[in-house]
Design a protein around this ligand. Sequence first.
Ligand code: G6Q
Length: 553
Amino acid sequence: MSFSSFSQASDLPAWKKLQELYDASGKNLSVKEQFQSDSDRFAKFSREFTNYDGSKILFDFSKNIVNDEILKLLIELAKEAKVESLRDALFAGEKINFTEGRAVFHPALRNQSNKVLKVDSQDVTPEVNRVLAHIKEFSEQVRSGAWTGYTGKRITDVVNIGIGGSDLGPVMVTEALKHYASPDLRVHFVSNIDGTHISETLRSLSQESTLFLIASKTFTTAETTTNANSAKKWFLEAAVDEKHIAKHFAALSTNAEEVAKFGIDTKNMFEFESWVGGRYSVWSAIGLSVVLYIGYDNFEKFLKGAEAMDKHFTEQPLEDNIPAIGGLLSVWYNNFFGAQTHLVAPFDQYLHRFPAYLQQLSMESNGKSVNRANEFVKYSTGTILFGEPATNSQHSFFQLVHQGTKLIPADFILAAKSHNPIQNNLHQRMLASNFFAQAEALMVGKTEEQVRAEGNPENIVPHKVFSGNRPTTSILAQEITPAALGALIVYYEHLTLTEGAVWNINSYDQFGVELGKVLAKSIGSQLDDAVAKVDNHDGSTNSLINQFKSWSA
Ligand code: G6Q
């Protein structure tokens, strides 16, 4: 593997130089002073992305704790860690997910320019296009009302049943692009095994006008198959005859055999391939709920926006490569400043599920402690990603971001144009002013002298001091369109790749998630017997299970 010729990233020369630089001056670098001494700083450390439709997204990295020397060394680190080789291997369909023997080829799903893209020397583009054509045809039928339910009524509600990667993407994207949605169709998402989720979802729906999408790559995930069976039972309570299932259930999966066993007509199956990882699958058939909601043309724009960011990532030199810079800054904070977390705060209500989506993307990809050379890493990997939309989050956990003892690098996201410019755009101006003010305050801080000058009593002064120098990346889009959202997601995908490449870990397996699927099964069978006491676990687990049995009886 040409991209994995080293073991520990901390042994790379650039890593060592970064450590020296951090110790000597990096840790005390004042961003405020850098702005004072360098009038070009914004131009130097910001990058503009141009989408396929000419729209722009501005990535302002200038409020990060970097200077020319640090950025240069971070780029050197990326080169030594062969980030570009890993990227090229991914885009060439190589099996870079070596622990599962799989290619990681989700960019092939947004190959709107129809390049020949091969896995195992076979061009996958015709098959991707065939599924897209099927999605287009089906979604147009449902949206136009030509596709009807078993009593001839049109479909008014779509319920996507899936979990993890088969849920988070569609939920986030349908919420983010609600502005583009058809008013005639509602989408719902059921993921949790908790019976409350499906019960509360179905409560207001009618069997005659509901379409279920069973979204599961494997079609064996316990939560999804159990929820799907409950949906089927609910449906048949009204429809009675199993032949009606064909009009009300579709499958988004790689597993035709299990789909057929469940009773779904494989004509209503939308396939994708094993080289699509769950957390990278919103671009595949897993995105069908998105297509039904916003229409195929908008979905195509979403794919094209994503493809434009792929193009940027594959073609731009590291110095100008926006996702690579984002990933390298993350390494800088994680491994030199000891930052444990990363905050993503969209100043945009439509993006309210974006942090949850990114949480899986980042933490499932890079929550690994063994490197590609099969050794434990000697440095911290993965970042604890969290976030909530602002301004709400300003009124809660931003306190810790401003004045806590921890360094929390943050991304703030804003669209210049609101889809809801109510009150003569007053709301938008207020939102934007918070976006600017927060990033500025986090950088500039407030000194003792300033607090004193405000007339505060001496014993209160230290409490009102803000150290400042807390790094933020401001991401300013023109508008949250399907194309902009596509590009924004891919920015984070490739940022995650860059981190994983430097850390020399496999960002594409998820054995920790799979463990959960197995563990619950064995205890589940012990719960089938409501009374028999269990004694084969540790003392705590035995007692908890036995108490549960007695209380739930
Ligand atoms: C994603 C993960 C995981 C997966 C779910 C659902 O990368 O592997 O979140 O998407 O466990 O799996 P199925 O789609 O197979 O039901």
